[in-house]
Design a protein around this ligand. Structure first.
Ligand code: ADP
Ligand code: MG
Length: 254
């Protein structure tokens, strides 16, 4: 595969708006998605069993299901962090399987934000440096980076005295909010969050979810997150249940 493919731009910008409505161009579309891993003894493990799944622009959707049901695998494939065994993933009109590694990295940088269970902040960078990382890669000038990060921190309730701290001097909740700021500040079309509240106490987790939902409503950024936390499921506007690598329930609450 060529490493120098020109990055195709998304076909049409999604309109911000209502969740899961019919007839809208989906922001995410997976077709017959299969992922088979091999375990240590090279025994195949079928993590996804042919998943057909769509997300409309503006949704705030949770994928729930027991441990091992395939949630992380599905998010990783939608985020282009891993390749399916078979089937396709289309995000913002782009078939991810058609992109070279480099083109995929560029596509992710301009379209996606990631929030992980373990925050994944870079330990040697300050809160501000972590949050501005994608803007730096995008070539945004320093002054603009600084202003945008400060604004994001303010919106997320991250106090200005924390901006020069390294992650090990921040609480779990503060680290996760910095990770959310990092994902949001470049205004991606889609934010993928893998169990974003897993390492937070329930009050901090609930506050973070309310913040994310508020941002979703204000900015129209689409959120797709995995969880097995009932508090998170309660706050989702659409709840998809995954079992043994297949969607078994899909409920829109409006
Ligand atoms: P969840 O996030 O819902 O807990 P995962 O997507 O992590 O589920 O895992 C789905 C299945 O795939 C599980 O059986 C898991 O053990 C297996 N699996 C996940 N990642 C790997 C891997 N890198 N190598 C082998 N098996 C894996
Ligand atoms: Mg997982």
């Amino acid at each position: 595969m060529s490493e120098h493919t020109v990055v195709p731009q998304p076909a049409s910008p999604p309109s911000a708006g209502s969740p899961a409505t019919d007839g809208q161009e989906p922001l995410v579309k997976t077709t017959n998605l299969v992922k088979i891993y091999e375990d240590k003894d090279q025994v195949p493990v079928k993590a996804l069993n042919g998943v057909d799944f769509q997300v409309a622009p503006g949704e705030f959707t949770a994928i729930a299901g027991p441990s091992g049901s395939g949630k992380t695998t599905l998010l990783n494939l939608i985020g282009g962090l891993d390749k399916p065994t078979s089937g396709t993933v289309v995000v913002a009109g782009q078939d991810l399987g058609a992109l070279s590694r480099n083109a995929l990295a560029t596509f992710r940088l301009h379209n996606l934000g990631f929030i992980f269970q373990a925050y994944n902040l870079i330990p040697v960078l300050t809160a501000e440096e972590n949050a501005e990382f994608n803007l730096l890669l995008q070539g945004v000038p320093p002054k603009e980076r600084h202003e945008r990060v400060l604004q994001e921190f303010e919106d997320l309730g991250i106090s200005s005295e924390l901006i020069h701290r390294r992650p090990n001097k921040l609480s779990g909740g503060q680290q996760q909010r910095v990770a959310v700021a990092r994902a949001l500040v470049s205004r991606p079309k889609l934010i993928l969050a893998d169990e974003p509240t897993a390492n937070l106490d329930s009050k901090t987790g609930a506050r973070l979810l309310d913040k994310m939902r508020d941002l979703n409503e204000r900015t129209g950024i689409t959120f797709l997150f995995s969880t097995h936390d009932p508090m998170v499921m309660e706050r989702a506007r659409r709840l998809v249940i995954l079992r043994d690598g297949l969607i078994t329930e899909d409920e829109v609450r409006g």
